[in-house]
Design a protein around this ligand. Structure first.
Ligand code: TA6
Length: 296
């Protein structure tokens, strides 16, 4: 899907416009430093393409854009819980309709801020007053920040993730450094494990790395680049690839889609929501991921 040739629905400035992606509206940024697209459905980043480069973000050709289903690929916002701590899986933020809150463009970057409030029909299983903002900053780097505010009178807890699907040349030639050695293996009943510091992926992987370094680097010789990931506000980095069988089982991923993607996520992980990050009344918490690339 070429998001950059989609017709403009409504222009905000010369370089920021609304487009339709299927049934959902998205905001498109065309900046001299990079292009980017974010959907209002889920505040879901669909693309980040530094000028002259392949997209850093993988988006499934078979993703559903019906304004209801979670989008396969991009950067899903998993919040206020990660994985299946409650239903729906990965929380309700990624299937909620967010509103444009603000936008700003400078020579260095464009910043789009989307907002979600608890009065918009959010999930009764997590009935806490909140305001969430997603800051999407497109320039030489991509900065994505999930900012959450407790606007109620009682503390509450959350888990979550910025579930980035990276666009890679070939999973077989890829390696990842900076994840640290300690991880919880979700494919081995959550058993804590340790392994050498460089990761190569040759089968399905679903791991929560609990001691990631400040900088995670995805080395991609096929695309001739390294992707650098700097996270903050997290306590772990999740790495996921469903491999061939997993891709075949998903209606919204091509059977060979697993070859060109790897999820490397900025996560606040805990086994239950109650054990998650606490946010006191009137306080704000930020979970961030920053992506950039350099030639190899
Ligand atoms: O972050 C990894 C993970 O939780 C996996 O266990 C896997 O199921 C993946 O996310 C995708 O989840 P989804 O609900 O989008 O199909």
């Amino acid at each position: 899907m070429n998001l950059y040739s989609a017709p403009t629905d409504y222009s905000l400035t010369k370089s920021i416009d609304f487009i339709y992606v299927g049934d959902s509206r998205a905001i498109r940024v065309r900046h001299p430093k990079a292009n980017g697209v974010i959907s209002l459905h889920g505040a879901h980043v669909l693309s980040y393409q530094p000028t002259g480069e392949e997209d850093l973000i993988w988006l499934s050709e078979d993703a559903k854009f019906d304004g209801k289903t979670a989008i396969r690929g991009g950067i899903p916002i998993c919040w206020p819980w990660f994985a299946d701590a409650a239903s729906p899986a990965h929380g309700f933020a990624r299937t909620s309709e967010w509103q444009l809150h603000a936008y700003q463009i400078t020579q260095e970057n464009a910043l789009i801020t989307l907002q979600l409030k608890d009065d918009q029909g959010t999930n009764p299983t997590w009935p806490h007053p909140f305001k969430a903002r997603l800051l999407f900053e497109v320039g030489e780097e991509l900065n994505v920040t999930l900012e959450i505010m407790n606007i109620g009178g009682h503390p509450w807890t959350f888990t979550g993730a910025l579930h980035t699907y990276l666009n890679i040349g070939d999973i077989d030639t890829l390696s990842v450094t900076g994840l640290g050695q300690a991880f919880i293996d979700k494919l081995e009943d959550g058993t804590p494990q340790a392994e050498p510091a460089t990761l190569s992926v040759a089968s399905a992987i679903d791991r929560i790395y609990t001691e990631p370094k400040e900088e995670i680097v995805v080395h991609d010789p096929t695309f001739g680049r390294d992707i650098i990931i700097k996270n903050s506000g997290h306590n772990s980095a999740v790495v996921w690839n469903p491999w061939q069988e997993g891709a075949q089982a998903m209606a919204d991923m091509p059977d060979d889609g697993y070859q060109n993607m790897l999820c490397v996520e900025s996560a606040w992980y805990a086994p239950t929501i109650e054990e998650g990050q606490i946010v006191q009344p009137a306080k704000t918490y930020q979970l961030t991921t920053c992506l950039s690339s350099r030639p190899r």
